[in-house]
Design a protein around this ligand. Structure first.
Ligand code: GUN
Length: 284
């Protein structure tokens, strides 16, 4: 079998166009959705991600503020900046790019964001809302992965979904969203004994471990939908996922490539969350 390749770039454009309609409707009512992106320090990858987020706002006609703070910014200064953004009516979404430098307590920072502006969905109130089936803001990467399944017509109900990775940003929220859609969910970690025994039983396999090509074709059930959230740089400079694409595509039914799979969906769902935050604020 050769898998159907899930074209994240095309689907992301399609979803963005849907949200642009909603953003334009808000603008016609005098409300321009606004996103503040805060970055502390000089991490090159983070700077690229943040630049892409600001660019996406411009493409959709959203207002954005890019706040770049030096690496030695005191925690109190960052908290004061967030308090200012919480009070700013032109800002509907606030995102603090992670990781933050070690001297800053990231939990304290995430907890200080107004949950109604928490477009990353990382505030404990939004995590709790997701866990209890009352989702307010879904974290953008797993939300994008769910959207890919939906747009490809891959049903979730009753299926066995296996999530490899248990991070707060991807693995845990992904598992909760799949559970909410009535999948039977298994969460594996890097310490799971006989990982292949679990992955081979997955109808839907989501991999977010940060380990290049760790899932190979022999670990995949024939016909499974494989969602690769990883993005790793190989010694030759090329990007690859957590799944060994070449062997996996011979077994899977559907597979996301890296790059061009889940990646383009992340920023799209950030735009969606920002527009939704603005819609909720305008309805008040
Ligand atoms: N760093 C890596 N992924 C993310 C994300 O989704 N949001 C934020 N704020 N930082 C990240």
């Amino acid at each position: 079998m050769t898998a159907k390749i899930i074209d994240g770039k095309t689907i992301a454009q399609e979803v963005r166009a849907e949200w642009k309609v909603r953003a334009d409707a808000l603008k016609a009512r005098g409300v321009t959705p606004g996103l503040a992106v805060v970055i502390v320090g000089e991490d090159p990858a983070s700077r690229i991600y943040v630049g892409n987020k600001v660019k996406a706002c411009a493409e959709l006609g959203l207002h954005s503020e890019h706040i770049a703070l030096p690496a030695d910014t005191p925690e109190a200064t960052l908290l004061a900046k967030i308090a200012e953004l919480n009070a700013n009516p032109a800002i509907h979404g606030i995102l603090v790019q992670l990781p933050v430098p070690k001297h800053i307590n990231s939990d304290k920072v995430l907890n200080s964001i107004n949950p109604e502006k928490d477009v990353d969905g990382f505030h404990p109130m939004n995590v709790g809302a997701l866990a209890t089936g009352n989702m307010r803001f879904a974290p953008c990467t797993p939300y994008g992965a769910m959207k890919l399944l939906d747009k490809c017509g891959i049903s979730i109900e009753g299926k066995h979904a296996v999530v490899v990775g248990r991070s707060n940003i991807v693995g845990k929220p992904m598992a909760l969203m799949l559970l909410q859609q009535n999948a039977t969910v298994t969460i594996c970690t890097s310490r799971t004994r006989d990982l292949a025994r679990h992955t081979r039983d997955a109808d839907i396999l989501v991999v977010a471990t940060g380990k290049a090509k760790m899932i190979t074709g022999d670990m995949i059930k024939p016909g499974a939908a494989v969602i690769d959230v990883g993005i790793n740089r190989l010694p030759d400079g090329k990007l690859c996922g957590d799944v060994d694409f070449d062997s996996a595509k011979e077994v899977a039914g559907y597979i996301t490539p890296v790059p061009g799979g889940v990646g383009p969906m992340t920023i799209t769902m950030l735009m969606a969350n920002t527009v939704q935050a603005a819609e909720r604020a305008a309805a008040k």
